[in-house]
Design a protein around this ligand. Structure first.
Ligand SMILES: [Zn+2]
Length: 262
């Protein structure tokens, strides 16, 4: 499959080419975006180390114009493993990633939360904005916010920044394009804050057992995503702990078991 063109409000041509790596975590596979702006072409997220996928991206990039660079939303392997091969295949083009700012047609913002090195890219101003959100906002289901160093606090702040950008269209790292992106970002943030409120209520009622907490607050999550929900709950507990908002008698062993996870 050579992908499909996605209509965007900005003055650009955008193709979605999805990698063949479906899983509960990558949904239907990683989205690679081939973006032509003013004749120069960038690929956002080359995806896994898959020569066939990289070839499809390179062919589309050449078809649309002059390949000018590769941009990485974050360094998770389902997005980044193919980066060297693609940059080389495109003739040694530069790689725009966290810590390596190179000239590009994109506005760039550091948006930690899902990953410490996470960036988002956008083209077009205000109502025209088309935002490549990586894994900060997904086209279906909510993203993983792994615990460690207050990542959920950073994630909620990053969502606030996205809302301020006010994208018209969000093109995520997994799943389908999201129309009315600004509203989707606000909804994501409210969803997290609602979970937090439910978690506080459960803790106030001394529901301290972790499985019981999960059953109560994440009752809508299917079994296939229960481990992911565990990780998310750990991030919420960590946030409450950092904000000194856990009950005094919340089991210390319970804390240890999530604090010491990688
Ligand atoms: Zn991903």
């Amino acid at each position: 499959m050579s992908g499909r063109e996605v209509a965007v409000p900005a003055d650009a041509r955008v193709w979605l080419i999805r990698a063949h790596n479906p899983s509960p975590m990558t949904l239907s596979g990683t989205n690679s975006w081939v973006v032509e702006v003013g004749g120069s072409v960038w690929v956002i997220d080359p995806g896994p180390d898959d020569a066939g996928h990289v070839d499809r991206l390179a062919a589309k990039a050449r078809e649309l114009g002059t390949p000018a660079g590769v941009a990485l939303t974050h360094d998770h392997l389902d997005h980044s493993a193919g980066v060297e091969l693609l940059a080389e295949t495109l003739g040694g083009v530069p790689v725009l990633r966290y810590g390596n700012t190179v000239a590009s047609p994109f506005a760039v913002r550091h948006t930690p939360g899902h990953a410490a090195d996470h960036l988002v890219f956008w083209i077009g101003a205000e109502e025209q904005a088309t935002l490549f959100s990586g894994d900060l906002v997904l086209g279906q289901s909510s993203t993983i916010v792994p615990p460690g160093g207050g990542t959920l606090i950073a994630y909620l702040e990053s969502l606030k920044q996205l809302a301020a950008i006010g994208p018209s269209l969000i093109l995520p790292g997994h799943g389908e394009p999201i129309e009315d992106g600004a509203a989707a970002v606000v909804a994501q943030r409210e969803h997290r804050l609602r979970r937090e409120a439910d978690l506080r209520d459960a803790l106030a009622e001394r529901v301290y057992d972790r499985e019981a907490l999960l059953d109560r607050v994440w009752s809508d999550v299917p079994d296939s995503l229960r481990i992911a929900a565990h990780v998310t709950m750990q991030s919420h507990l960590e946030k409450l702990d950092l904000e000194n908002d856990l009950p005094e008698d919340f089991e210390p062993e319970g804390r240890k078991s999530w604090q010491h996870r990688p």
